[in-house]
Design a protein around this ligand. Structure first.
Ligand code: HEM
Length: 422
């Protein structure tokens, strides 16, 4: 049985995935270290990460291969979510208010997820796709008409915010509040976005409270005046005969507000950037969008890996492969690394919208926490790139300003010029 090597073993050998400097590099540079870890016989142990609100602690096991990510994701017992899903622990009492069911385990996870899962089924998404397409048409036409724009504000951020706000029932005048709080929450590891806050934890806390209060205020309105939206479903829902508290409803808004905004927004920005750098793939998509859109959307998610990491905690002594894992140990899954695993993907660093098999882990590795919004995200990406394919013959992009984060593969800003079709 392999023993746990000292946490700094790999850093000493030049593979330092815990340092702040490591996460300042672009993904391609970082993947040199991940490729070395993927080639190791088993998961490896690393010191605590140096960015964000790290609380120190003993460090974490890194699951970097496609197989190990799937294994951990699909075994919620013993790899639980209820003790936190970020690198560092936040006080236990904040887990559920700020993570909702993302940070719970069965049976509570099953109950809470079940309250909203109906809104995300393929059938329900097909029903709303026409509205999404109409909205995408308006947003893309507006952006392309300007000729050039800062892509994140001018295009990428608009459809995700509209979609999740419509579904939840957030009125137009409060949508910017939701977006800004969600951005602050995922930006807590980036020093530039921390400018006005004391520390990352305070920033996450403040942003979470803003979204939670927003949710409970709208919920109060829905109790009096029900509508056809998720917040109405939530005020009417019961678990074991009990209606949800304001705090529980607020937690849904925090989770959906964050999960539904940044992920799809960053996928759109990374997607445009990928097509700008691979004009042959853009040509291919434009030639027959309906044939290539499904493959293109999944390749964008694999390529972008908008969510970089989630953590689990072992609830008992266990194993990953031959490697013993002790009760209480943290295991971090590196989705971006799994999506470049050369044992799963041919030429993983080639952006190829025609991949015949694309079993990426961009939406997670399977199991009970698999992304609830995957169908919705795909519908949004299809709509945006369908519209772009009819209006734009090529893109010219500048250097992106990347978010410094070990959690979200974010693009904060990137200049883009659209060369119109025809
Ligand atoms: C391209 C866009 C997206 C990506 C890459 C993405 C990725 C992920 C990942 C990696 C997870 C964790 C999976 C796991 O732990 O096994 C997750 C969970 C989740 N996602 Fe997404 N997501 C996207 C879009 C969305 C959207 C649009 C929504 C909703 C509006 C959404 C809602 C959720 C929820 C609610 C969870 C928690 C599921 C649970 O704990 O049961 N996501 N997502």
């Amino acid at each position: 049985m392999p023993e746990r090597l000292p946490a700094d073993t790999y850093a000493a050998g030049g593979i330092d995935i815990s340092s702040a400097a490591f996460w300042q590099q672009p993904m391609r540079e970082r993947d040199r270290s991940f490729a070395a870890l993927r080639a190791m016989p088993s998961v490896t142990f690393h010191p605590p990460i140096e960015i964000g609100s790290s609380t120190g602690g003993p460090g974490f096991w890194a699951a970097t291969t496609h197989d190990d990510i799937q294994f951990v994701s699909r075994h919620p017992d013993p790899f639980c979510s209820g003790r936190g899903v970020g690198f560092s622990d936040i006080p236990q009492e904040y887990n559920e208010p700020f993570g909702s069911f993302l940070m719970t385990d069965a049976p509570r996870h099953t109950h809470l997820r079940g309250l909203i899962s109906r809104a995300f089924t393929p059938k329900r998404v097909r029903q709303v796709e026409e509205q999404i397409q109409r909205q995408a048409h308006a947003i893309v036409t507006d952006a392309v008409d300007h000729g050039s724009c800062e892509l994140v504000t001018g295009l990428s951020s608009r459809l995700p915010l509209w979609t999740i706000s419509e579904m939840l029932g957030v009125p137009e005048e409060r949508r910017v509040e939701l977006r800004d709080a969600a951005n602050l929450m995922v930006g807590a590891q980036d020093p530039e976005l921390l400018a006005t806050m004391d520390d990352p934890f305070t920033q996450v806390l403040t942003a979470g409270i803003t979204m939670s209060v927003l949710g409970s205020e709208i919920a109060a309105e829905r109790r009096i005046d029900p509508r056809d939206d998720l917040l109405t479903d939530l005020v009417q829902a019961e678990i074991d005969g009990q209606v949800l508290t304001d705090e529980e409803i607020g937690a849904f808004v925090v989770l959906l507000g964050v999960a539904g905004n940044d992920t799809t927004r960053n996928s759109i920005s990374h997607g445009v950037m990928a097509f700008a750098h691979h004009p042959d793939q853009w040509e291919l998509l434009r030639r027959d969008p309906e044939q290539h859109l499904p493959g293109a959307v999944d390749e964008i998610v694999r390529w972008a890996s908008p969510v970089l990491t989630f953590r689990r905690t072992a609830t008992a002594d266990t194993h990953i492969g031959d490697q013993p894992i002790a009760e209480g140990d943290h295991v971090v899954m590196f989705y971006g690394s799994g999506n470049r695993d050369e044992r799963t993907f041919d030429d993983p660093w080639t952006f190829d919208i025609t991949r015949s098999s694309n079993d990426h882990v961009g939406f997670g590795g399977g199991g009970p926490h698999f992304c609830l919004g995957a169908n919705l995200a795909r519908a949004q990406l299809r709509s945006v790139f369908r519209e772009l394919s009819t209006l734009v013959s090529s893109f010219e992009v500048g250097e992106p300003r990347l978010l410094r984060s070990a959690f979200v593969h974010g693009i904060e800003a990137i200049d883009c010029t659209f060369v119109p079709a025809g």
